[in-house]
Design a protein around this ligand. Structure first.
Ligand code: ZN
Length: 104
């Protein structure tokens, strides 16, 4: 039986490896950006994963995979719901930045 720390450490390595594999296969992926369905931030395609209708960035993949491994979540939707507040915050920040741009 692995400890929680061991599982997390293992997941970090696995997910980082996915990112490195992506970059090795298609280096341009690192500079291709998309809006993550989970955290709402603009992230690199490298290391991202499509889960059903959602595409998650490498950071969120780590959260999702760790959540699965630790039986904290059953599917990505749960993680996305848990991130909702954070995502709203991101959107608010974006709007604020936009407002600042317009005011200048
Ligand atoms: Zn994300």
């Amino acid at each position: 039986m692995k400890s929680k720390e061991e599982i997390i450490e293992e997941m970090q390595q696995v997910v980082e490896q996915m990112r490195l594999d992506d970059i090795e296969e298609r280096p341009e992926l690192e500079y291709e950006l998309f809006d993550c369905s989970c955290c709402g931030q603009t992230k690199s395609y490298a290391g991202s994963i499509q889960y059903g209708e959602y595409r998650l960035c490498n950071d969120c993949v780590l959260l999702a995979e760790t959540g699965f491994a630790l039986n904290k979540i059953k599917d990505v939707t749960e993680l996305i719901n848990a991130m909702e507040d954070k995502r709203l915050e991101e959107i608010c920040n974006f709007i604020k930045q936009d407002e600042q741009r317009h005011n200048n």
